[in-house]
Write a protein that binds this ligand. Structure first.
Ligand code: G16
Length: 544
């Protein structure tokens, strides 16, 4: 095998965001752009000689091309073995599952998650470490530093690999195993959930489901698990064929983008459970008939009921949520007498807590929930969790949620996104908010009195690493909160996210409209941030 060392020059913009490097395909297609980043990862990893790596992606445009480049670079850098999903496909949680199961050094996941795909859209790459989780900030910072000084990369002179045929082959000095992308992951799900019970409930019609794969990676996974193994009716999985451009859609499982599902769930005769997942299969949206479950509530409900499911029968050692996620799960943890950790946005912050067995379940407002079974959030896992829960409780989704509220109170919650804001205007909003932090505590605004105001700083309880400036938090003496932060996953302009939360204990007040119940808080957030004037936008672009 001939190895070529090619000269290159650094690109200044390869700093990974909330979850890996995400850019327009056109950016990735610049000469040596992908190669620089991949070589920087290899350089930071150091000795990969003889080691095994997992490779796969969500199948979006440029997935196959990028995989061929990485295969040749892995060979040139001395990797001993590659495990690749057939067709170059692996959902993010399945990649995490494989890294853990086969104890590999780590793996590359090619995805821009919920961002659209296609020649003019987004692509992404991230490295996951030995624990199966996104590499920590110390690693991604080192990779970024390396990209700024890189001068050459190594690539093997090999023909393209046939990604579609399963089996083991020798490729240059490496062995390459192309595997069925679903099998190992499906086996893991079977260990965690009561497949027999779910299957019986589906068979007698007590349980019906519609899963919207949004033409993204979970199509084959959902078909195999829900329809083939569990026996859900044929057609229960919709938009099941993964497409390079997600069928022109935006593979983001929310009420706006998963509209086919939302319409079905609001129509007469809706299935018992409606669910959707995103581009790479790590997010989930849960619905019942004419009922939407917020991700924050979903996390709290899963935590309160986990002991009813086989994989979690022994109880939870603790839970965690990202800082902007509602405090609903905190109340459950308090009642159960277990710890609840508050981490910055980004799944990578859960890794240490999971590895140290401080937590069993974790989740985020951004439609992500997961557990210690892998080190990524996991869309289909959440759907199976809900299916299992409904089968055990024999109640519709709405009733399970309302019962939870009666027990713990309801956290009215909403996120207002201002997308594509001019970057300096967005920074200006954050600076303006930070400038007020010292003066806010003790101030009263209508029925809200500020209890604390800060810029969230996280000290990892396991390794002591510190992450600063993770979002402006303003908390009120009645437990309500508002949070402001800039998204770290966009590829164009800036996105300001405003997270709003109000707690209501009294069951007679649990039936309000979310936006109405948050109206005073919303107006206050808009005035404190001056978002409308500074962004020149009259309203948020997306409300979830
Ligand atoms: C990624 C991260 C999540 C994070 C989300 C939103 O999700 O893995 O932990 O909550 O981005 O981040 P932001 O608010 O910075 O846009 P995904 O599904 O895009 O990989």
């Amino acid at each position: 095998m001939k190895v070529e060392t090619r000269k290159t020059i650094p690109y200044p913009d390869q700093k990974p965001g909330t979850s890996g490097l995400r850019k327009k395909v056109k950016v990735f297609r610049q000469p040596h752009y992908l190669e620089n980043f991949v070589q920087a990862v290899f350089d930071v990893l150091g000795a990969i000689s003889g080691k095994t790596l997992v490779l796969g992606g969500d199948g979006r445009y440029f997935n196959r091309e990028a995989l061929q480049i990485i295969v040749k670079m892995a060979a040139a850098n001395g990797a001993g073995r590659l495990i690749i999903g057939q067709g170059g496909l692996l959902s993010t949680p399945a990649a995490s599952c494989l890294i853990r199961k086969y104890q590999t050094l780590g793996g590359f996941i090619l995805s821009a998650s919920h961002n659209p795909g296609g020649p003019d859209e987004d692509f992404g790459i991230k490295y996951n470490a030995t624990n199966g989780g996104p590499a920590p900030e110390s690693f991604t910072n080192a990779v970024f530093a390396r990209t700024l000084e890189i001068s050459e990369y190594r690539v093997a002179d090999l023909p393209d690999l046939d990604l579609d045929r399963t089996g083991e082959t020798q490729w240059g000095s490496m062995s390459v195993r192309i595997i069925d992308p679903v099998e190992d992951y499906a086996g893991l799900m079977e260990e965690l959930f009561d497949f027999k019970l779910i299957s019986q409930s589906l068979k007698v019609g007590a349980l019906t489901v519609c899963f919207d794969a949004m033409h993204a990676i979970t199509g084959p996974y959902a078909r195999r698990i829900l329809e083939d193994r569990l026996g859900a009716a044929a057609g229960s999985v919709i938009n099941a064929i993964p497409k390079e451009d997600f069928g022109g859609g935006h593979p983001d499982p929310n009420l706006v983008h998963a509209h086919a599902l939302a319409e079905l769930m609001n129509a007469p005769g809706a299935p018992v459970l409606g669910a959707a997942s995103d581009g790479d299969g790590d997010r989930n949206m849960i619905m019942g008939a004419r009922f939407f479950v917020t991700p924050s509530d979903s996390l709290a409900i899963l935590a309160a009921n986990a002991h009813l499911l086989p994989g979690y029968r022994e109880g939870l050692c603790g839970v965690a949520r990202s800082m902007p996620t509602s405090q609903a799960v905190d109340r459950v943890a308090h009642a159960m007498g277990i710890d609840c950790y508050e981490t910055p946005t980004g799944w990578k912050f859960f890794g240490n807590l999971l590895d140290a067995r401080k937590i069993t379940l974790c989740g985020e407002e951004s439609f992500g929930t997961g557990s210690d079974h892998v080190r990524e959030k996991d869309g289909l896992w959440a759907v199976l969790f809900w299916l299992n829960l409904i089968a055990v409780k024999k109640q519709p989704v709405a009733e399970i949620v309302r019962e939870h509220w009666r027990r713990f109170g309801r956290d009215y919650y909403s996120r207002h996104d201002y997308e594509d804001v001019d970057s300096s205007a967005a920074e200006g909003i954050m600076t303006h908010l930070r400038g007020q932090l010292a003066d806010l505590p003790g101030k009263r605004f209508g029925s809200y009195k500020v209890a604390f105001a800060d810029d969230f700083r996280y000290e990892d309880p396991i390794d002591g690493s510190i992450s600063e400036k993770q979002g402006v938090r303003i908390g009120f003496d009645n437990g309500s909160r508002m949070v402001f932060r800039l998204s770290g996953t966009g590829t164009e302009g800036a996105t300001l996210r405003i997270y709003l939360e109000r707690y209501e204990r009294a069951p007679e007040n649990h039936g309000l409209d979310t936006q109405e119940s948050l109206a005073e808080l919303i107006a206050l957030a808009e005035s404190l941030s001056e978002v409308k004037q500074r962004s020149a936008m009259a309203a948020p672009t997306v409300i979830t």
